[in-house]
Design a protein around this ligand. Structure first.
Ligand code: F6R
Length: 614
């Protein structure tokens, strides 16, 4: 939530900052702004709405050719998305400009304290107080890093702050608590960004920052301290993807590009997971076999799409390892006093690695002595940093706000985890694990086969432009797929969409069925006869009440044909792996329907990619 950029170097700061904001716009698009330091003065431009509004303004009125600058793209929390609330904010004397991601919880008390001293505020944000406080500090004679330390010591909440001082033109200072920030290390120039996409065009070398740290960048130097000025060693890392991964590559939307990247993303997430002897080896899995053998419960915590990946994982982990699994929304977890101890493994699933609800849930689990394993796509992010172990997915950057390849690669990581636990606990024989691995390794080709049907799915989607409501049905591992399909449609097409467990329908939701209501049904493979038969009964029931059924069923399934108004064929795969192929047509459907409705698929209204506030 909110994208932040900082730059010091020989290039024109306005251009570097705007390019960085363009790559971070998925984090928030309520307003955008930039501030540069030039000849002892600040120049600030900001506009409500998408970055394009600011770019237009800058095309007409460019900022001076400065070499130090900061920028921000906003997801509004305090105050509506107008020009006044857009960042950067400045202190009263316009000496300090500052951008912020997060929430300063005690901003009202702090503001009241200095308002009494005749400080006028121009916005309704929680951020502006920080600009005033930092400015008061530098006016008192301390330098910007010390000013930032002193202010951070007074703030409660979650924040990344990035500031410049007009009288200190060659440095940018940033602070981080519970919100993301990484440093890009250039040659004679340095960068700050909410994530590496902000500077990937310029460098792939980066520094990971920890909690409660302050970083100062100049052209040639990067210094990191804690909030009390004590030096800190930051961890360096290399970003293993490049600029092309952050470009649309000829597609109309990042989301569509990311859907089509899924065969590659799944294949990459499977690479290097086996030893030459064929055993599963998860490199970053820092849990000892002993600890895994002692586990008596796994709790999966996650939000949104990642939560649905966790629901699929429950079926796989319980089936292959006979270890009980609970799946819980991260935002609920710590508020219900969960039963967690040192024999519990908490698995936190997060594409971004920065979701505040998940991070807080991890902290709660750790305080109860649970071991925490993260499944994450983002190197250098907070969730893997704070976990005991991690399985990285290798989706590459996911820029479309709606998660697609993130979901598929999370599923792969969950299957790998399940099989690894089965291997260590001995709940499956080696040749069974081998067989499942072979099936998993065939999935990229199966996903590619599903993608070949994209045109017919698009046609179906376009035929539903007038639809106001869509239901999704599934059973077993197909149930979370139904929920995820509904989420995709809600967030992109802004339609009423709901996913149900097919068996639950007759306990209430069937009352929603009316003539012509589209119902997308994820039909389990025939290998599970009971499941398949029961699903067909459910489909018959909705069809008998006038629903229009769009069925996703495996190749060769003839029994479904009489009950399907439209049929989308899936490759024949085992039921537990079916989510990897079944979700793909639902992603395509949502993407195309939203496009046909004229919505911005990559930046749906009210959403942001990385939810860094609770
Ligand atoms: C939906 C979507 C969100 C995220 C959720 C968790 O398409 O993207 O529901 O899945 O906000 O985000 P991460 O996985 O980054 O923790």
């Amino acid at each position: 939530m909110c994208g932040i950029v900082g730059y010091v170097g020989p290039q024109r700061a306005q251009d570097v900052v705007i390019d960085g904001l363009r790559r971070l716009e998925y984090r928030g698009y309520d307003s955008a702004g930039v501030a540069v330091v030039h000849q002892g003065e600040l120049a600030v431009a900001k506009r409500s709405g998408k970055l394009a509004n600011l770019e237009k303004e800058l095309a007409d009125h460019p900022l001076p050719p400065a070499h130090t600058g900061i920028g921000h793209t906003r997801w509004a929390t305090h105050g509506p998305p107008n020009d006044a609330n857009a960042h950067p904010h400045t202190g009263g004397a316009r000496r300090v400009a500052l951008v912020h991601n997060g929430i300063i919880e005690n901003f009202r008390e702090l503001r009241a304290r200095i308002e009494a001293d005749d400080h006028a505020f121009l916005s309704e944000t929680d951020t502006e107080i920080a600009a005033h406080l930092v400015e008061l500090q530098v006016q008192s004679g301390v330098d910007l890093p010390v000013a930032m330390q002193r202010v951070c010591q007074q703030l409660d909440g979650a924040f990344t702050l990035v500031a410049v001082d007009a009288e200190d033109p060659d440095r940018v200072v940033a602070a981080r608590r519970n919100s993301p920030l990484v440093v890009g290390l250039g040659d004679g120039e340095n960068f700050l960004g909410s994530d590496v996409a902000a500077f990937i065009e310029h460098t792939r070398e980066a520094l990971e920052l920890g909690q409660d740290q302050i970083v100062t960048i100049t052209r040639d130097d990067v210094t990191v301290t804690d909030f009390w000025g004590r030096p800190v060693e930051a961890k360096r890392f290399h970003v293993d993807w490049d600029l092309s991964a952050a470009e649309k590559d000829g597609h109309d939307w990042f989301m569509r590009k990311e859907i089509f990247e899924q065969p590659r993303a799944v294949a990459d997430s499977l690479i290097g997971r086996r030893t030459t002897a064929g055993l599963l080896a998860l490199d970053e899995m820092r849990l000892a076999d002993e600890e895994i053998r002692d586990l008596d419960k796994i709790i999966i915590i996650a939000c949104g799409t990642s939560f649905y990946a966790g629901m699929v994982a429950k079926y796989a982990i319980e089936h292959w390892t006979r270890t009980p699994v609970e799946v819980e929304l991260a935002s609920e977890f710590r508020y219900r006093d969960p039963i967690v101890d040192q024999t519990t493994l908490v698995v936190a699933i997060s594409q971004s690695g920065e979701t505040a609800d998940t991070l807080q849930a991890i902290r709660h689990a750790k305080s109860q002595r649970a071991r925490v394993l993260a499944i994450c796509n983002t190197n250098g992010s907070s969730i893997p940093r704070e976990s005991d172990a991690v399985i990285y997915t290798h989706a590459g950057p996911e820029i479309g706000v709606a998660s697609t390849k993130g979901f598929l690669t999370q599923l792969v990581a969950c299957y790998l985890l399940a099989l690894y636990v089965a291997q260590v606990k001995g709940t499956r024989y080696g040749d069974e694990i081998d067989e499942i691995m072979v099936q998993l390794e065939a999935m990229p080709d199966h996903i590619a086969t599903v993608l070949e049907q994209a045109e017919s799915v698009y046609e179906l989607a376009r035929a539903h432009v007038g639809t106001r409501s869509v239901l999704f049905l599934g059973r077993h591992a197909g149930y979370p797929v139904a929920l995820e399909g509904a989420l995709k449609l809600k967030e992109l097409a802004y339609l009423h969409a709901e996913g149900f467990a097919a068996g639950e329908l007759k306990h209430g939701p069937i009352a929603l069925i009316e003539d012509g209501l589209p119902v997308l049904c994820v039909v389990p493979p025939r290998g599970r006869d009971q499941l398949h038969g029961k699903m067909i009964s459910g489909i018959q029931e909705v069809r008998a009440r006038g629903a229009l059924t769009i069925c996703l069923a495996e190749e060769g399934d003839r029994k479904i044909e009489p009950y399907a108004d439209h049929l989308i064929r899936l490759p024949q795969v085992p039921v537990l792996l079916q989510p990897l192929v079944a979700i793909v047509p639902l992603q395509l459907f949502a993407c195309e329907l939203a496009t046909a409705l004229g919505h911005d698929v990559d930046q749906p209204r009210n959403l942001a990619k990385s939810v860094t506030v609770e």
